[in-house]
Design a binder for this molecule. Structure first.
Ligand code: DX5
Ligand code: ZN
Length: 233
């Protein structure tokens, strides 16, 4: 994929607040309460099978696209089998659709189908999945999502053992001249953002730390400040 790293521009990180932690009765208001401090809208789709939670469907992504026509919408599918769900989301206006490697019967074919629909494909891995399983598909993705908690719920504690995967991906990307962004998802807050960015994370997903903070705009600024404090250009 070309041009993905340029999305980061000159910033320490792209911040992707997850609406999983927003009040379900007022998701639009929650996004607006960020006052532009968030970069992407992260949408966690959980199916009650791959993960023990049931969240949003394609109607939510369509509604977000209508309500926020210029937003960058980052859809994270935690559903299995992933290939049975991607068609439902293709016409809803997402910028990225990420599937979990563990949840696709044929991950290469699934990523190809997303790409053929003109949407940037992303691939994710759980904390218990080795990063090497991604090697055959790294050339075809625009984003690699490293789960830094076990998927399914917001508000869990960051797992530091996942950092070695971020570092491995940074090295592999440089050696092979790939162009994917590295996204970390789970347990991101103003205390963990710095260590993630230092390891090489480009996109920080943050749910509870932003939307359950009482002041989402301020929480987002604090995460960004912590990220900047550890960032090396
Ligand atoms: C977890 C989701 C995350 C979640 C992160 O399954 O993929 O995106 O919203 O929540 P926090 O930031 O609260 O750990
Ligand atoms: Zn997510």
């Amino acid at each position: 994929m070309n041009g993905m790293l340029s999305l980061k521009g000159g910033r320490a990180c792209i911040l992707a607040p997850s609406i999983l932690s927003a009040d379900p009765l007022s998701v639009g208001d929650a996004i607006r309460s960020l006052g532009g401090e968030g970069d992407w809208i992260h949408v966690d789709v959980a199916d009650g099978h791959f993960v023990p939670n049931l969240t949003f469907g394609p109607m939510m992504v369509s509604a977000l696209r209508r309500g926020f026509p210029d937003a960058f919408i980052d859809v994270h599918l935690m559903v299995t089998p992933a290939e049975d769900f991607i068609g439902m989301f293709m016409n809803t206006g997402p910028d990225i659709i990420t599937v979990q490697a563990e949840a696709a019967r044929h991950v290469h074919r699934t990523l190809q189908a997303i790409r053929d629909a003109g949407i940037t494909p992303g691939v994710g891995i759980d904390p218990g999945t080795p990063v090497r399983v991604l090697e055959p598909v790294l050339h075809m993705v625009g984003l690699v999502l490293v789960m830094t908690v076990n998927p399914g719920f917001g508000g869990q504690k960051f797992l530091p053992e996942t950092l070695s995967k971020v570092k491995h991906l940074v090295r592999e990307r440089a050696v092979q001249s790939f162009d994917f962004l590295i996204e970390c998802d789970g347990g991101v807050n103003s205390g963990t953002a710095g260590v993630l960015v230092k390891a090489g994370c480009d996109v920080l997903v943050a749910g509870s730390a932003v939307y359950e903070s009482g002041d989402p705009a301020r929480a987002a600024r604090e995460i960004r400040r912590n990220a900047e404090s550890e960032w090396r250009v």
